[in-house]
Design a protein around this ligand. Structure first.
Ligand SMILES: Cc1ncc(COP(=O)(O)O)c(C=O)c1O
Length: 486
C-alpha cells in the first residue's frame, strides 16, 4: 500500500482536458435541447447496466464519462426541455450549471465558520427576504426544496406556539394540537404533520370554494368546534398556488383568523409566492409580508438547477428558539476558522449543508430580478394563451380557472359516452413516449385531466400550439378507435 496515494488524478493535464470536454459537451447539450425528444424511455440494456455490482478496481475517468454519455445523459427526465410542463419542475440555466461545478470544486460545508460561502448563503437568504417583502427581523434557510422548507416552517410553528414541546414532546401538552389547511394542499404538509408528531388526522383538511381556494367560513367553523372540544388549534397553512390548479388562498382573510385565534400562519408558496415579483400579482400577494412563515422553491419558478428551496420565518428569535443547539464541538470562537457569523445549525435540522447558495447568487446577479419577474410573467401569459387555445377547440375542455401558470384540460366530446379518463391518460402517455411534450395529470372534479404547469423559461408559443394540435390528433385517433370497438 502506498501511504502517499490520494484520490486526486495521477495526470492533472488529462483530467483538465476531460473536464473541458465535459463543459463543452454540456453547453452544446443545453444549446441544442429543442432538437431532442422531451423524453425517451430507459432501454433494457441501460437498466441491466445499472445492475452491475460495486466496482472494486479502478476505471479510467474518460471511460466513466463515456458510460455517463451512453447510459445516463440520454434517459433524463427532460425538465430542461421547452415542452416539459409535468408536475412543477424548473429548467435550470447554463450559468447555474457552472455555479454548481464551482461550488463542488470549493466543496465547503456551509453551516459554520469564517468562510465566504456562509456570507453568500446569508446574502441570498436576505435577497429572498427582500423578494417576499418580509420584515428585517425575518430569518430564513436554504433547503433542498419545498417539502423541507414547509416542514422546517411547521417545526418552528409547533415549537413556537406549543411551549415545552421541544423538551417534552407532543404527549407533554395539555391539549391536543390541531393544524388546518385546504383539501388542495400539497401532500408534503400532511407528511410534515406526521413527522412533527401532530399526526395527519389532526391536520384538518378544510373544503374549498369553486375556485379551489380555502373556504374561510368553514375554516373558522372548524376552529370553533375544535376549541369547544378542548383542542389546541395552533397553525393554519395557506396556499399561494395550489399544486393542482395554482389557486391562491385569501391570505388577508387567513391573517385575520390568525390574529383572532392566536395562530401561526404559514404559506406554502412553493412556486406561486414568486409571482409576487410580477406587478399584476404584487398587490394580491402583499399580505405575504405579514405572515409568520413562507416556503418557496428557487428550483421551480426561479429556474435554478436542483436543488434549492427557501423558508422564511418572520421572527428570527422564534426561528432560532426552535432549533438552537451548541454542543462542545461547535463552539464559536472570537478569531480563527470557528469565528464568523452564527452557525446555521441553530436555524434548522441539517448540520452538513452544500453550497447551493452560489448558483442562486450568481444567477440573480447574471439576470437581475426584473428579468426573473418578466420570465414568470411570460409563463403566466403562456398559461392564459394555452387556456384560449383550449377553449377555442370544441373537442377540448378546460377543467379549471387559470389563476396563475397551471392549465388543466381534457380531450372531450360533449354528449358522447366514451371512457374519457382512459383516452386522456393514453394521450398523456403517448405525448411523452413520442417525445413531443411532457404534461402530467391530475383529477379535477372526478375527471382525469391533462395538467400543464409552466415554470419553463424556454417555452415559446409554438410549443403550446404543438401541444394542442398533437393532443387533438392523438385524441381523435383514440376516440374513433373507441367508437369502432363499441
Ligand atoms: C404547492 C407545492 N408545495 C410543495 C411542493 C413540494 O416541493 P419540492 O418538490 O421542492 O419538495 C410542491 C412541488 O411541486 C408544490 O407544488
Amino acid at each position: 500500500m502506498n501511504n502517499n496515494e490520494t484520490l486526486d488524478p495521477e495526470d492533472w493535464d488529462k483530467m483538465n482536458s476531460l473536464a473541458h470536454d465535459m463543459v463543452s459537451d454540456m453547453m452544446a447539450y443545453l444549446r441544442n435541447v429543442r432538437e431532442r425528444p422531451v423524453w425517451q424511455p430507459v432501454p433494457k440494456v441501460t437498466k441491466d447496466f445499472f445492475n452491475a455490482s460495486v466496482p472494486l478496481d479502478r476505471q479510467d475517468p474518460s471511460d466513466v464519462y463515456k458510460e455517463f454519455r451512453q447510459h445516463i445523459l440520454p434517459y433524463t427526465k427532460g425538465n430542461i426541455h421547452p415542452r416539459f410542463w409535468a408536475w412543477v419542475q424548473g429548467t435550470g440555466t447554463p450559468l447555474g450549471v457552472m455555479a454548481d461545478m464551482l461550488a463542488s470544486g470549493m466543496n465547503p460545508n456551509v453551516t459554520i465558520g469564517e468562510q465566504s460561502a456562509v456570507y453568500v448563503d446569508r446574502q441570498v437568504v436576505d435577497w429572498c427576504r427582500q423578494m417576499m417583502g418580509m420584515p428585517e427581523s425575518a430569518s430564513g434557510m436554504l433547503l433542498s426544496g419545498g417539502s423541507m422548507a414547509n416542514t422546517t416552517a411547521l417545526i418552528v410553528a409547533r415549537n413556537s406556539m406549543l411551549p415545552g414541546v421541544r423538551e417534552k414532546g407532543i404527549f407533554g401538552l395539555e391539549a391536543r394540537p390541531v393544524m388546518y389547511c385546504s383539501t388542495e394542499t400539497h401532500s408534503c404538509v400532511a407528511k410534515a404533520a406526521e413527522v412533527t408528531g401532530i399526526g395527519s388526522e389532526w391536520l384538518r383538511r378544510i373544503p374549498v370554494n369553486g375556485d379551489y381556494t380555502i373556504n374561510t367560513d368553514a375554516l373558522e367553523e372548524q376552529i370553533g368546534t375544535d376549541l369547544d372540544n378542548g383542542l389546541r388549534p395552533f397553525c393554519i397553512v395557506g396556499n399561494v398556488g395550489t399544486v393542482n390548479t395554482g389557486a391562491i388562498d385569501d391570505i388577508a382573510a387567513l391573517t385575520r383568523l390568525r390574529d383572532k385565534y392566536n395562530l401561526w400562519l404559514h404559506l406554502d408558496g412553493a412556486f406561486g409566492a414568486l409571482a409576487k415579483l410580477v406587478p399584476e400579482y404584487a398587490g394580491k400577494l402583499r399580505p405575504i409580508e405579514t405572515v409568520d412563515s413562507v416556503a418557496f422553491d428557487l428550483h421551480k419558478w426561479m429556474y435554478m438547477p436542483y436543488e434549492v428551496g427557501c423558508v422564511l420565518i418572520s421572527q428570527r428569535e422564534r426561528h432560532k428558539a426552535a432549533f438552537a443547539a451548541t454542543p462542545n464541538y461547535l463552539l464559536h470562537h472570537e478569531r480563527g476558522l470557528a469565528s464568523g457569523p452564527e452557525s446555521l445549525n441553530n436555524y434548522g435540522i441539517e448540520l452538513s449543508r452544500g453550497f447551493k447558495a452560489l448558483k442562486v447568487w450568481m444567477s440573480i446577479k447574471e439576470h437581475g430580478l426584473y428579468k426573473y419577474a418578466a420570465q414568470i410573467e411570460k409563463n403566466i401569459h403562456q398559461a392564459r394563451y394555452l387556456g384560449r387555445l383550449v377553449t377555442s377547440q370544441p373537442r377540448l375542455q378546460l377543467m379549471a380557472d387559470i389563476p396563475l401558470n397551471i392549465v388543466c384540460f381534457r380531450y372531450f366530446v360533449a354528449g358522447i359516452d366514451a371512457d374519457w379518463d382512459q383516452i386522456n391518460k393514453e394521450i398523456v402517455m403517448t405525448l411523452q413516449e413520442r417525445g413531443i411534450a411532457s404534461p402530467s395529470s391530475t383529477v379535477i372534479g372526478g375527471h382525469y385531466s391533462i395538467r400543464v404547469a409552466i415554470t419553463n423559461h424556454r417555452s415559446i408559443h409554438y410549443d403550446f400550439d404543438l401541444l394542442v394540435s398533437e393532443t387533438l390528433s392523438i385524441g381523435d385517433g383514440l376516440y374513433s378507435l373507441q367508437l369502432t370497438e363499441k
